[in-house]
Design a protein around this ligand. Structure first.
Ligand code: NAG
Ligand code: NAG
Ligand code: NAG
Length: 630
């Protein structure tokens, strides 16, 4: 299959070329996902062994022309960022026609291919917004089914630099490899690493699931695209000046959920074949059914009907025969009728790449890679939870929870309410402000935020913890007390820290609430982890240049490794500045503090007692894992 074909070239001149398993040319005997994974493992193992024995120099060519074996791409120096960029590199054959819902494949070798200018992003994958409620969702940027492209940004003359591969977020339904500009993160870290970003199949193209899809192709196709892109980096990044043994996979939201899944892939049996470090910002963990459970199956048939195919029985070949535009409209239609704030399709337990529920496998600590930096934001729930016009009473809250947690019984939903007690402090007219995490005066994230109080805030905290914050804790736990592995955790709290607010902190552009002291500290934490394997930041950076004593000792310079028995984390916050209202199209209008006068307020905190014992609630949600299921 295609990966192996490519490896022949990769290993040319190396004694390992002859070690490639010849069984790979045998006829298909297993399902497509199993074959894909077997090839991935065999070929990356060969590449790993090759790198161990041959120790390639990994120096970037001064011509910036990179030969992938199937195409030659010329990169360009960008004077604004003072970095070299390669955009729109194809990493897979187009997943169209008979390759729909099939594993991605490297392009066929073409030794005499002409040089192509890699100066424009490739087509984005078909995408759309989440459901906006009332049966509404809208298309995103114009997409194409032929969308499997990636981008590399590298310091000039890079030699054996560490690599960050960025997996964009967007609920597995939105976004592309150009959504975040990696250049500021690289430059604020002194041009010490290379960045890669890429597109993967979204919506029904990437995440359609049912027994019939599995029988005829693959479920979680979008995740296999990601795995192929990671394999591509492993095999090719040396030519851009990157070190294939120092790869951090990073992502936000669904991108961080993807980092979690690659950490869990193949039962944690991949070791460091795809990456050695993971960076997961707001890991998104919605319920995760088996590929052939009732919910994905009913979506499969709703999708089929919307595409003009039958609503039962064998529909796969009918779907493969439809136009891409028809399928995109069907994907949009299934998403539109989903719960407000949700997309229609997301990863499932597929039995091959993802073999278990995350809560079960993270507890068993069966994870790939050696190191993990994981974080979440103080106000993760706000953009997903409707306002008091929908959630006013406890009955309203329960009805809304039943939509987000469709497989929980009413007794289980009530048990969630019981661990999120709605005290007298949370009257709908109560004071609204950012809590400090320390339960000062009895105020905590269960009862108060700038966005809500009462039942609405209760729902917000439930959604934030069940879907983002606790998955971050569980991921950190999986690398704790696990030989050879370690993890670090942070909360991003700079007001107003809604879901996605950290994106500006990591990548820019700068906003009035994020002066350079705090963005530099945040970016250095990421960069120090990517480059040196430890997110601790220098005293001067943690205190900030505008602090009264920048070089005073700061505990973030000795950021505690996560210990699941006594977990501590770093809280990224600011203090000072002028109160101003900030309008977010998704979250509404909220207070934030704007410069000048903002200073860093970064601290080390106790993760168990935080926000009135978040640690206990995360343990509770983990026990609900079999029922969520997740
Ligand atoms: C990269 O190397 C070239 C020579 O190969 C040199 O002209 C150029 O100045 C170097 N660039 C940087 C940023 O060091
Ligand atoms: C949801 O719960 C029902 C029983 O209440 C069970 O039969 C079904 O398998 C569950 N679905 C998932 C995805 O776990
Ligand atoms: C973050 O800082 C703001 C002041 O800028 C404060 O009101 C809020 O309580 C802090 N939150 C956390 C979690 O540290």
């Amino acid at each position: 299959m295609a990966i192996k074909q490519w490896m022949g070239l990769f290993l040319a001149g190396s004694s390992l070329a002859s070690a490639l398993p010849s069984s790979k040319v045998a006829a298909r005997t297993t399902d497509a996902a199993t074959e894909f994974v077997d090839d991935l493992v065999a070929d990356l193992t060969a590449a790993y062994n090759d790198h161990q024995t041959r120790a390639p120099q990994c120096a970037q060519e001064s011509t910036l022309v990179v030969d992938t074996g199937y195409a030659k791409y010329r990169g360009h120096y960008d004077s604004a960022s003072a970095l070299n960029h390669w955009k729109g590199i194809r990493y897979s054959q187009a997943p169209t026609g008979s390759l729909r819902w099939q594993p991605p494949r490297f392009p066929a070798l073409a030794p005499s291919a002409p040089v192509t200018d890699a100066d424009a992003f490739g087509s984005t994958c078909y995408q759309h917004t989440p459901s906006l409620g009332g049966g509404l969702a809208f298309p995103g940027a114009p997409g194409s089914e032929d969308c499997l492209f990636l981008n590399v940004v590298a310091p000039a003359n890079a030699t054996k630099l560490p690599v960050m591969v960025w997996i964009h977020g967007g609920g597995y339904g939105y976004g592309d490899g150009s959504s975040q500009d990696l250049t500021q993160l690289i430059n604020d870290n002194g041009k010490t690493f290379i960045g890669v970003s890429f597109n993967y199949r979204l919506g029904a193209f990437g995440y359609l699931a049912s027994q019939e899809v599995k029988n005829n192709g693959v479920v979680n196709a979008g995740h296999l695209d990601q795995a192929l892109a990671l394999a591509w980096v492993k095999l090719h990044i040396c030519k851009f000046g990157g070190d294939p043994l120092k790869i951090t996979i990073a992502g936000q939201s669904a991108g961080a959920g993807s980092v979690m899944h690659h950490a869990l892939a193949v039962n944690g049996g991949l070791g460091s074949l795809l990456f050695d470090k993971g960076l997961a910002q707001s890991p998104y963990l919605p319920y995760q059914p088996n590929f052939n459970d009732a919910i994905p199956t009913s979506k499969y048939y709703a999708f089929s009907a919307a595409a003009g195919c039958p609503s039962s029985g064998s529909v796969f070949s009918c779907l493969v025969g439809k136009s891409a535009a028809d399928l995109e409209l069907a994907s949009l239609s299934v998403t539109a009728s989903s719960t407000q704030g949700a997309w229609g399709f997301w990863p499932v337990t597929d039995g091959v790449y993802i073999q278990n529920r995350p809560t079960a496998q993270l507890t068993a600590k069966m994870v790939n890679g050696n190191k993990l930096l994981v974080g979440y934001n103080a106000q993760e729930g706000q953009i997903f939870v409707p306002g008091p016009e929908v959630i006013e009473t406890q009955a309203d809250l329960l009805a809304w929870m039943a939509l987000w947690f469709p497989n929980l019984t009413s007794a289980q939903l009530n048990s969630i309410l019981a661990i999120n007690p709605n005290s007298a402090l949370s009257s709908a007219s109560g004071p609204r402000f950012e809590t400090d995490g320390l339960n000062t005066g009895g105020f905590n994230a269960i009862n108060t935020s700038p966005a809500g109080v009462g039942q609405r805030q209760r729902g917000s905290n439930i959604y934030a913890e069940a879907t983002f914050a606790c998955p971050a804790y569980w991921l950190a736990d999986a690398y704790s007390s696990n030989p050879g592995k370690s993890s670090w955790l942070y909360q991003f709290s700079v007001p107003f820290a809604y879901h996605g607010a950290d994106i500006n902190a990591a990548f820019g552009p700068s906003t009035p609430n994020l002066p350079s002291d705090i963005t530099l500290a945040f970016r250095k934490a990421w960069g120090n982890f990517i480059v040196g394997g430890n997110p601790s930041i220098a005293n001067t950076i943690a205190n900030g240049a505008s602090s009264a004593s920048p070089s005073a000792y700061h505990p973030a310079s000795n950021w505690p490794v996560w210990d699941q028995n006594a977990p501590q984390f770093v809280n990224f916050n600011t203090t000072g500045g002028t109160l101003a209202l900030f309008e977010n199209p998704l979250a509404g209008t909220f207070p934030q503090y704007e410069g000048p006068g903002i200073k860093n307020a970064i601290s080390v905190q106790n993760a168990n007692s935080w926000e009135a014992f978040r640690g206990d609630r995360c343990a509770f949600y983990k026990n609900l894992g079999p029922f969520m299921p997740n």
